[in-house]
Design a protein around this ligand. Structure first.
Ligand SMILES: [Zn+2]
Length: 544
């Protein structure tokens, strides 16, 4: 027996799990980047202990466990203030408890737990209105049905009719005020129970709200407008994605907030830059076309015949709401929209990514957020122009020139370095001594890394007909030793590898190599001279 439904459900679950895993990895990765920044900061400022506040931020925002933070810090010889971290944890526990005692634990998801009237269908007036006079028909405080909620308290309000949009279809709930001459209540969120009862979460700012009160409910108009712009843009985006990528594109989820929108959709390969640009261009073109936005109430069957796109979530309702934007887009939707696409303002995509196999995500902004974004961008360009001491018009050319100049300077530095090495070589050659018939040079060079030291050794060996060279240098707290022996001296029994081994040992280091060439690292930078001083003895030993 086969169960295709089960198989489909299993695929769905797997997809969700994969998306969750990817999200988790992404946040952990972000946390890691931030921890690295903290560590760099500590190293630069000679700090030894990460503040508990920062460790808590890593934990709270990025799910970074304290153990992991501690472990990574320990690797760098750093610690974390655990008692401060624990204090923050306790603080958070207290806050969470308080919130539960407030209204989060009202069981609004299953209204029955607080005796909420499950059958009441709130009349939504918010498609045409942002302000509405109505009656209070239910109040809930501290998990109980009550007659009043007093100043300073938080509770839930049921209204007979409401202009407040309840969170659904990805669009966030409205905020605003419910008030009359006796009280002012701030609505912090609006949700829906059993798909029909709209509930308002309020904080009473002044006076008391009572059951049966006549009140005016006022939606935060600006916030609603921002949400409307972003929501309407998702419709144009959905259509434009189908136009550019193909009809297989379907909405897989969305979140519409006042300051941005997020649109997830099915598509099985990466989106090219030019495709994304084309999508953005089409959406902006439809905005400038000033398309009228109309809503039509119709039957589900009829809407399907009309070729409407969208999530058929309301498949058990016979009446559906179709939102039409000119001739361009027709979508099933219960959200709030602008009256004309021109109200959306500039539509700007700010990111595109894959969130699961076959599902991609676009984040975008509209209206005021786009304006702020452009201003921010302009400020950055101004700053860069300032730093590069040019005007915006010549910025790109200037940037190219600076990069070229840097390359030239690097070449110049390389040239100077090799010239310097030659003059150092002259100096070093003067330090030649004779040990039992062997020409020996031991020399401590200032601030040179292993590579440069080896090049210098080669140079000196080339200029010496016969002999032994041992060079040392301290660079970035690290000691490098290099030893070179000419061929004739190798046949006499001198071994560069064995010399360097004993020399490095004096400073607590180690290394070795071939009879003619060897290198090693050292530890104690105060013992470099002492180490070089034992070379004559080693040579005498090797000559025996
Ligand atoms: Zn909509």
């Amino acid at each position: 027996m086969e169960y295709p439904e089960l198989k489909e459900r299993e695929e769905q679950i797997k997809k969700v799990i994969r998306a969750e895993e990817e999200k988790f990895q992404e946040t952990i990765h972000q946390g890691l980047n931030i921890l690295e920044e903290y560590i760099e900061d500590m190293i630069n400022n000679r700090g030894k202990c990460l503040s508990g506040e920062k460790a808590f931020k890593l934990y709270d925002t990025y799910g970074f466990p304290l153990d992991l933070t501690r472990e990574i810090l320990e690797e760098k010889g750093l610690t974390v203030d655990e008692s401060e971290f624990n204090a923050h944890m306790e603080e958070q526990r207290k806050r969470a408890r308080k919130a539960r005692e407030g209204f989060s634990d009202f069981g609004w998801e299953n209204g029955s737990s607080i005796g909420l009237n499950k059958n009441y269908e709130t009349i939504f007036k918010g498609y045409e209105n942002v302000e509405w006079e109505t009656e209070v028909i239910g109040l809930y405080f501290d998990g109980e049905i009550v007659d009043r909620i007093d100043e300073g308290e938080e509770g839930v309000v049921l209204l007979k009719e409401t202009p407040f949009y309840a969170e659904s279809g990805g669009q966030v709930g409205d905020t605003g005020y419910i008030q009359n001459e006796n009280f002012v209540g701030k609505v912090v969120d609006t949700k829906k129970i059993n798909d029909q009862t709209i509930i308002h979460f309020i904080k009473v700012k002044k006076g008391s709200i009572k059951n049966g009160d006549t009140v005016v409910s006022i939606v935060d108009r600006k916030r609603r407008s921002d949400i409307k712009r972003n929501h309407s843009a998702t419709h144009l985006l959905h259509r434009a994605l189908k136009d550019v990528l193909g009809d297989h594109v379907n909405q897989a989820g969305s979140i519409v907030l006042p300051n941005r929108l997020r649109f997830d959709f099915t598509h099985y390969e990466a989106i090219r830059d030019d495709q994304l640009k084309e999508v953005e261009r089409i959406v902006n073109e439809r905005i400038l076309d000033s398309l009228e936005v109309k809503t039509i109430e119709t039957s589900l069957k009829e809407s399907q015949e009309m070729g409407v796109i969208g999530l058929f979530e309301d498949k058990y309702k016979d009446q559906v709401r179709v939102v039409q934007m000119g001739d361009y887009s027709m979508e099933l939707c219960g959200g709030t929209h602008v009256d004309n696409t021109s109200n959306i303002g500039l539509f700007k995509i700010i990111s595109e990514s894959s969130i699961a196999s076959g599902v991609r995500r676009i984040e975008a902004i509209t209206g005021e957020a786009s304006y702020d974004y452009l201003n921010e961008l302009e400020r950055s360009v101004d700053k860069v122009s300032n730093i590069l001491k040019t005007n915006k018009k010549d910025l790109i050319e200037r940037a190219y020139n600076v990069v070229e100049e840097l390359k030239d300077k690097e070449k110049e530095i390389e040239l100077l370095k090799s010239k310097m090495a030659l003059s150092i070589a002259d100096e070093i050659l003067k330090a030649k001594v004779n040990i039992n018939g062997v020409d020996l040079i031991t020399y401590k060079v200032e601030n040179m890394d292993m590579n440069s030291l080896r090049n210098l050794g080669d140079e000196i060996r080339n200029r010496m007909e016969s002999g032994v060279i041992v060079l040392a240098s301290v660079h970035e707290e690290k000691i490098s030793f290099v030893s070179m022996v000419t061929k004739d001296m190798v046949t006499k029994g001198i071994h560069a590898g064995n010399i360097i081994k004993e020399v490095a040992k004096v400073t607590g280091g180690g290394g070795g190599g071939r009879p003619d060439m060897a290198q090693a690292g050292g530890k104690n930078i105060n013992k470099v001279e002492e180490a070089l001083n034992i070379v004559p003895t080693i040579i005498k030993e090797q000559l025996k």
